[in-house]
Write a protein that binds this ligand. Structure first.
Ligand SMILES: *[C@@H]1O[C@H](CO)[C@@H](O)[C@H](O)[C@H]1NC(C)=O
Ligand SMILES: *[C@@H]1O[C@H](CO)[C@@H](O)[C@H](O)[C@H]1NC(C)=O
Length: 477
């Protein structure tokens, strides 16, 4: 068991392990520093750094109210750690530029890769035979939720990296984008955990699995998850997250803004009764919601995935020891699985690898982000320009990892398990066959008078028959 774990780690995940160590070490240092600071409330005792210019107060002759002026300066300076403004307005330094360029380029890169592979994942799993399998239904749902998250990421990129107002341009755009970015990852996390549970049940008790994860019931679970998360987040539509403060429009969301702005907003609302504060305070909501979000998006999978996957690994290990060859209960239900012992062992190893990979990558990719959104790692309070750059670097790393988590499910599930990998190959082979067929028709029709038409025809038919034999098991269903 340990050996399997170690060899699989050593071979493929050296980078992952290094990343874990780096991030956890970094996280420890950061959180211990900020723990002290959070108890003292006053963040900086030093006077404001004169190297930093005042914020650019935007169009018109707007300046904040005199009593708010310093708060606004602090707020926008601190918030620049999460936008391209740190580079364009505050700091003319290479380290600020690097962390900023990484996220500026990294975001669209990860989004595009994620979009392509999530769409591919939907194509693979929504094939007629696979649609009937519960795991595949879950995978389709996860891909859809991830696409939502990623599409939403483009809004963030345009707003905060290109500095073109989209989310802050209109209240509807703000609320819709915040709503999707809260819902999508949470739905994805719950579905991922449920899918692990489904795989475990299939391995342990096939009859119960049939009952609990029939096609109808699985769709029902997915609909229930969607409805629950939509309900949980409808608060966004009635709350006061879109407002004008410190001369700028703010679309307040946990992915991007510190609480100081909400505090200022509440204060001004209470003082000025003419101001429309919305139905309920966004600050009060945030203080509750951040823990709810942390539970759903982090604690549930962080505890659930290793427990369920560990249990499944234990079952596989027990089964292998029993060496019961008459009864094969495939973990991933693919037709015509070879019952041959060595193949069986290979398959176990593949699945073990996949489960470890999935669990570890979830830990690595979401932990930092979750600590950031819950305020455990504070990136919105810097005392010096140096800390501002450090905050920006932390934000860049954790944000990109967060999106990478939603872009990489296809790799983790499809590419690391052989049955899925074969399925992807077959899909491409089928696509290739269709194109080859089409080409052959065109070639024979249009170029029939050409002397090389016969050669093409022969060549194509050889390739086609090769792919056909490989996909026979799936075609015969
Ligand atoms: C960040 O905010 C804190 C208080 O909220 C302030 O003391 C500090 O000076 C701000 N940082 C910068 C770089 O303005
Ligand atoms: C940034 O630094 C470069 C070279 O040190 C200088 O030419 C440029 O004017 C600076 N830009 C700003 C906005 O300070």
């Amino acid at each position: 068991m340990v050996l399997v774990f170690w060899t699989s780690i050593r071979k493929q995940n050296v980078i992952t392990i290094i990343l874990i160590l780096c991030v956890s070490y970094h996280g420890n240092v950061e959180s211990s520093i900020y723990w002290e600071e959070a108890n003292n409330v006053t963040y900086c005792t030093l006077p404001r750094d004169k190297a930093l210019p005042d914020p650019d107060w935007g169009p018109g002759n707007c300046t904040p109210k005199p009593e708010d002026y310093l708060k606004c300066v602090y707020y926008w300076t601190n918030a620049s750690a999460t936008t391209a403004r740190i580079r364009t307005h505050y700091l003319n330094r290479t380290d600020a530029a690097i962390s900023d360029y990484v996220i500026y380029v990294g975001r669209p890169l990860i989004y595009c890769i994620g979009l392509v592979f999530n769409i591919l994942s939907i194509c693979v799993f929504s094939q007629k035979e696979l649609r009937q399998v519960a795991t595949c239904q879950f995978m389709i749902a996860i891909a859809v939720f991830d696409i939502l998250t990623i599409l939403n990421g483009f809004f963030y990129w345009i707003e905060y990296e290109l500095l073109v107002p989209v989310m802050t341009a209109h209240v509807a755009l703000c609320k819709i984008s915040v709503f999707t970015v809260y819902c999508g990852p949470e739905m994805s996390a719950i579905t991922l955990t449920l899918m692990s549970a489904e795989r475990l049940l299939r391995n342990m008790n096939t009859a119960a699995h049939e009952r609990w994860f029939s096609i109808k019931r699985t769709s029902l679970y997915i609909v229930a998850i969607v409805l629950a998360m939509v309900l949980l987040n409808t608060y966004i539509f009635v709350s006061d997250i879109f407002f004008k403060e410190c001369c700028k429009n703010v679309c307040w969301n946990i992915y991007h803004d510190g609480t100081d702005m909400l505090e200022l907003r509440e204060k001004n609302c209470r003082e000025d009764m003419g101001n429309n504060c919305g139905i309920m305070g966004a600050l009060a909501f945030y203080s509750v919601y951040r823990w709810v979000a942390l539970s759903i998006y982090w604690i549930l999978p962080f505890v659930g995935l290793p427990v369920i996957n560990g249990w499944l690994l234990y079952e596989i290990w027990k089964e292998r020891r029993r060496r019961n060859n008459q009864e094969c209960r495939p973990i991933i239900p693919m037709p015509d699985l070879p019952v041959d012992g060595s193949e069986y062992k290979d398959r176990d190893k593949e699945i073990t690898k996949m489960l470890i990979l999935v669990t570890l990558s979830y830990w690595v990719m979401t932990t930092g982000f979750n600590f950031m959104q819950a305020g455990i790692i504070d990136v919105y309070h810097a005392c010096t320009p140096h800390e501002l750059v450090r905050n920006s670097t932390i934000y860049t790393i954790f944000m990109l990892l967060f999106y990478l988590n939603h872009a990489s499910n296809f790799f983790l599930y499809c590419i690391s398990a052989k049955p899925y990998r074969d399925e992807v190959k077959c899909m491409f082979a089928r696509g290739y066959r269709a194109i080859a067929m089409l080409l052959r028709t065109i070639v024979t029709k249009i170029q029939s008078s050409f002397y090389n038409a016969e050669n093409d025809k022969r060549l194509n038919s050889v390739r086609v028959s090769y792919h056909k034999s490989r996909c026979n098991s799936i075609d015969s269903l």
